[in-house]
Design a protein around this ligand. Structure first.
Ligand code: F6P
Length: 370
């Protein structure tokens, strides 16, 4: 009898998800007697009234390493402990369906789950481990904010996309003597913004880890102009914090959605700069989901594929309760408890890339560097 592994992709999609799935399926096939099944739309495929699962054989995964998104779909709402259910009056509430999940895993004879996801997904994994489920995690997020791993897959693709966008904005900013503010993703950590600012040569980089003072940014902008001529490129993370700790976004409206919907940090900064009297023409570009969709770059395909192969190996060795990680040069693993202890923030005091950026004259909107 073959052993069954259930693969789940959870949270926001991310370039490289399909490459992980392919890595799992191909290495399991080579090993021998394994059956890989995909749960459709994160755990929802086993939590809905009608089960939705997909066989994942070499046929389904052929060539998918170059495809963006996830062939088994995903969601960043709900989960087994907070499943959104519509009431007869049309309203929504969440319900704990973890026991139903356990029952269905049992019915299907699932030996182990490989859960490909970010911080929220790995927290769910840990709760399921406590209920006796055999789980191995794989670190996914364009934000690169998961602990214990040098990089999550998807991050480098997002940086590449954002860098190409800065390159384009630099030429138009220069032609029109404009200030361009480009808002990138990065809910809690500013990795995409920092890497993009360095790669694209931006003058200002605003990240959640360093609350910004608009007066300092206004001063920096002026250093870039002489007799009205000049330009300035600013990269701002969506999770940028003002001095009072405020972020820009909307409260979640959908049931099961735990996060504030970030967005508008760039517009907010534009307004602040104008209120401070900055006279130059300021334009805002929001990259949004362009950073998440599409083809993964080679780096992410390689990392994601190696993660998939390692995840299968961990299942084979019954090393459950762990997440695959990249600690250069090794693809290895770390306990889920440690992974979810804290997010991987940029440490403004010790991060060497941030220090290089400051030495280049990139302003972070704080007092240390104008
Ligand atoms: O966690 C990844 C991320 O890209 C965040 O940077 C962003 O806030 C969030 O996903 C947005 O997700 P969605 O638009 O799917 O709700």
């Amino acid at each position: 009898m073959s052993k069954r592994i259930l693969v789940v992709t959870g949270g926001g999609d991310c370039p490289g998800l399909n490459a992980v799935i392919r890595g799992i399926v191909k290495s399991a096939k080579l090993d021998g007697n394994w059956e890989i099944i995909g749960c459709v739309e994160s755990y929802n495929g086993l939590l809905k009234d009608n089960i939705e699962i997909l066989p994942l054989t070499e046929k389904e995964v052929a060539g998918i390493h170059i495809k963006g998104g996830t062939i088994i779909k995903t969601t960043n709402r709900g989960g087994p402990f907070q499943f959104p259910v519509q009431q007869s009056d049309g309203s929504w509430k969440t319900e704990d369906r973890s026991q139903l999940l356990l029952q269905r895993l049992d019915d299907l004879g699932i030996e182990a789950i490989i859960s490909i996801g970010g911080d929220g997904s790995q927290r769910i994994s840990l709760e399921l481990v406590k209920l006796g489920v055999n789980i191995v995690g794989v670190p996914k997020t364009i934000d690169n904010d998961l602990s214990c791993t040098d990089f999550t897959f998807g991050f480098q693709t997002a940086v590449q996309i954002a860098t190409e966008a800065v390159d384009k904005l630099v030429t138009t900013a220069e032609s029109h003597n404009r200030v361009f503010i480009m808002e990138v993703m990065g809910r809690d950590a500013g990795w995409i913004a920092l890497h993009t600012a360095l790669a694209g040569g931006a003058e200002v980089c605003i990240i959640p880890e360093i609350p910004y003072n608009p007066n300092i940014i206004a001063e920096k902008i002026e250093t870039r102009y002489k007799n009205g001529e000049g330009f300035c490129n600013i990269v701002i993370a969506e999770g940028a914090k003002r001095m009072d700790g405020e972020v820009t976004g909307k409260e979640p409206t959908a049931v099961g959605d735990q996060h504030i919907k970030l967005g508008g940090a760039g517009d907010k900064l534009k307004l602040e700069l104008e209120q401070l009297g900055v006279q130059h023409d300021i334009r805002v570009t929001v990259l949004g989901h362009l950073q998440r969709g599409g083809v993964p770059i080679a780096y992410d395909r390689i990392l994601a594929t190696a993660f998939g192969v390692k995840a299968f190996e961990l299942v084979k060795e019954k090393k459950y309760g762990n997440m695959v990680v990249y600690n250069h040069p090794e693809i290895t693993y770390a306990p889920l408890e440690k992974v979810v202890e804290k997010l991987n923030f940029i440490n403004p005091k010790t991060n060497s890339l941030l220090s290089s950026a400051k030495k280049l004259g990139i302003s972070f909107g704080d007092k240390e560097n104008i």
